[in-house]
Design a protein around this ligand. Structure first.
Ligand code: GYE
Length: 326
């Protein structure tokens, strides 16, 4: 037993002597000057207007803070994100931040980051893991609440309808937190009115092309659909193209509810082609910089930071558009 303790103590002393030799974590050595900090960010891709705005905001925020940001685009593929994270571990960056494309399958690579002593921050999307010691903080929206807000608008809109209301759902990327949670929140709320019926639900992968293609196909089997609920603006914009190509009027013949509130979506709402948008803010850069600074100072950031968001009707979109940043 004594011998074991001796070995453990030697190990601990060695670690203390070598400082951060096994780790890129600045906090173990006291704060680093900001211009010596390196953050690795593994982005999902460039699938939507939301994502483009998110990338721009994160890059601009780190530049403004004078902190080096290594950036990679995984083109919506988990294996690319895992590769990027492994390369950040190898480069011994101070903090790794990433927006997980899907919820599951992260434990192995996050354990590697943990073993290397590199703190990980989740931005925008969550991971589904039993072990919440694998990341220090999760900054992003409450996607279930977003789905509930979309559902509430539909519930109110059809409160007086005695007939069945047929709904098509355009889902985000299969397995992604916003796709899972936005479907869940919506389903929970519309269940209050048995007339509201989701007749078809398919993924459009959060892209405009995906939304268009899926809507085209689903309109053939469901020509009498009343409403489309799209998990993001881009898929809703694709649906508009498909509805117009089928000779119908989006926003009138078929109502559309989306999530995000990026400029193109807000313009379509102002034009009456979309009927309601639930906001999801992509502007996470400043808060991410703050989290990195806290880690650098040896402070523990809050485990869950929820972005504040609103909703938009047509009138509100017209008012907000001129000053909309993204
Ligand atoms: O709503 C969608 C994007 O993860 C919140 O991803 C994000 C979602 C956003 O592609 O437009």
């Amino acid at each position: 037993m004594k011998k074991l303790i001796g070995i453990a103590a030697t190990g601990a002393m060695l670690l203390a002597l070598t400082g951060c030799a096994t780790s890129g974590n600045a906090a173990s050595d006291g704060p680093k000057p900001l211009d010596e900090l390196v953050v690795g960010f593994a982005q999902v891709g460039a699938e939507s207007g939301w994502r483009t705005a998110n990338t721009k905001d994160i890059q601009a925020s780190f530049e403004e803070a004078g902190i080096e940001l290594k950036f990679s685009d995984a083109q919506q593929k988990q294996e690319n994100q895992i590769k990027a994270i492994r390369s950040y571990i190898q480069q011994q960056v101070d903090v790794i931040a990433f927006s997980p494309v899907v919820e599951t399958g992260w434990d192995a690579v996050l354990n590697e980051a943990k073993a290397a002593g590199i703190p990980v921050v989740l931005t925008d999307r969550a991971v589904d893991s039993q072990d919440d010691s694998l990341y220090v903080s999760f900054l992003g929206s409450d996607f279930v609440a977003e789905g509930e807000k979309a559902g509430q608008w539909v519930l109110d809109e059809y409160a007086d309808s005695s007939e069945s209301v047929k709904i098509i759902q355009l889902e985000g990327t299969t397995g992604a937190a916003p796709a899972i949670d936005r479907a869940e929140g919506f389903a929970e709320v519309i269940a209050e009115n048995p007339n509201l019926e989701v007749v078809a639900s398919q993924t459009g992968d959060f892209t405009r092309a995906g939304g268009k293609q899926v809507t085209e196909a689903l309109l053939k089997s469901n020509p009498d659909v009343d409403l489309i609920y799209a998990h993001n603006d881009d898929m809703g914009l694709g649906a508009i193209e498909a509805i117009e190509a089928a000779g119908m009027e989006p926003g009138v013949d078929i109502k559309i509810v989306t999530v995000d509130a990026v400029k193109d979506g807000m313009q379509a709402l102002a034009d009456g082609k979309i009927n309601f948008i639930v906001e999801c803010s992509p502007l996470l850069g400043k808060q991410l910089v703050d989290i990195v600074k806290q880690i650098n100072d040896g402070e523990a950031p809050e485990k869950r930071i929820i972005t504040e968001e609103t909703t938009f009707t047509q009138e509100e979109a017209i008012e907000a558009l001129p000053t909309r940043q993204y």
